[in-house]
Design a protein around this ligand. Structure first.
Ligand SMILES: O=C(CO)COP(=O)(O)O
Ligand SMILES: O=C[C@H](O)COP(=O)(O)O
Ligand SMILES: [Zn+2]
Ligand SMILES: [Zn+2]
Length: 362
């Protein structure tokens, strides 16, 4: 039982109809797939290892900043071309595609957000996807996100439709955002944004559906229901996942859909939310939940505790409490202390897999 046997899908990065089938399966079985922001091979390993041990599908995603980091912060990244962000995204994709099959689970490879000013990054990735598609029949990425939620709704929907037309021949998924996610993203601070724009209107969802569905079935909507990036004092963020249920009902009635969940929803700003909020959102058709901030914290814990515990071994290359001539090489090897971060981040991913009922679904 599970995705691999029920849907006849191979382990590793999946594309096209397989992605669609996995999201349909998730809606049917009432689970969501955690989308983990990755910035290095080490964070990829932490996420993949958790999914492997929990026999779960996983989404790995790079933000523009994460992709640039993958390539190296020392590289120039012009605002016209975003060379380093494109190169880093391509490198991350090749790395993940090479290792993912060995973890024995389905992996969706995705990019996160991408505001208007970052469209050159998306264009560069599309070029790489199209070149790969020509060679092998699949793009590099299973899926991308375009985030024009801060622009006029008309411009957002029209431009998203243009990109979906480009993705459609490759059967590539496109996630779009309507209604702003608060907090910070792509280096832009939305902490003071007008509260109303955090909550998407059902008419907007219908318009998106009616515009995008004739182009391709491979799209999802990150609709704002009070979501905020980051973790804050309890009570600061007011989520209304029930709005997603209202959107589904509205679209179903207007298009006379058979399914009670015609829309695939994405939950942004997952860090700091409660199990009950996740459960509710999933019951209204959320198939992907984004988690970044809690992963950053998860990764730090292992490194922090290792350094704190071993501090007397980390002050000099030679000499520790066991003797002035004792070398510390075994303690400062990055494979030792970085690994501790991987272990604690892995534990946080595993918690999410349980919370979203994704564990055991591969
Ligand atoms: O939505 C996110 C990435 O797009 C992640 O949000 P958090 O950092 O709040 O988990
Ligand atoms: O936008 C949300 C994600 O947490 C990505 O953040 P980032 O731009 O800091 O990588
Ligand atoms: Zn956004
Ligand atoms: Zn987000």
């Amino acid at each position: 039982m599970g995705i691999l046997s029920d849907l006849n899908i191979k382990p590793g990065v999946i594309y096209g109809d397989d992605v669609l089938k996995v999201f349909q399966y998730a809606q049917e079985k009432q689970f969501a797939i955690p989308a983990i922001n990755v910035t290095s091979s080490s964070t990829v390993v932490a996420a993949l290892e958790a999914a492997k041990d929990k026999k779960s599908p996983i989404v790995l995603q790079c933000s523009q900043g994460g992709a640039a980091y993958f390539a190296g912060k020392g590289l120039p990244d012009s605002s016209e071309k975003r060379e380093a962000s494109v190169a880093g995204a391509v490198a991350a994709a090749h790395y993940i595609r090479a290792v993912a099959p060995h973890y024995g689970i389905p992996v969706i490879l995705h990019t996160d957000h991408c505001a208007k000013k970052l469209l050159p990054w998306l264009d560069g990735m599309f070029e790489a996807d199209e070149a790969e598609f020509k060679l092998t029949g699949t793009p590099l990425y299973s899926s991308h996100m375009i985030d024009l939620s801060e622009e006029e709704v008309k411009f957002n929907i029209e431009t998203t439709a243009k990109y979906l037309k480009r993705a459609a021949p490759m059967k590539q998924w496109l996630e779009m955002e309507i209604g702003i996610t608060g907090g910070e993203e792509d280096g832009v601070n939305n902490e003071d944004v007008d509260n109303n724009s955090l909550y998407t209107q059902p008419e907007d969802i219908l318009e998106i559906y009616n515009t995008l569905a004739p182009i391709s079935p491979y799209f999802s909507i990150a609709a704002g229901f009070g979501n905020v990036h980051g973790v804050y004092k309890p009570g600061n963020v007011k989520l209304h996942p029930e709005l997603l249920g209202k959107h589904q009902k509205f679209v179903q009635e207007k298009i006379s859909a058979k399914s009670s969940k015609p829309v695939f929803f994405v939950f942004h700003g997952g860090s700091g939310s409660t199990k009950e909020e996740f459960k509710q959102a999933i019951s209204f058709g959320v198939v992907k939940v984004n988690l970044d901030t809690d992963m950053q914290w998860g990764y730090l814990i292992g490194v922090r505790d290792y350094v704190t515990k071993n501090i007397e071994y980390l002050k000099t290359q030679v000499g520790n409490p066991e003797g002035a001539d004792k070398p510390n090489k075994k303690k400062y090897d990055p494979r030792v202390w970085v690994r501790e971060g991987e272990k604690t981040m892995k534990a946080r991913v595993e918690e999410a897999l349980d919370d979203f009922a994704a564990a055991g679904q591969a």
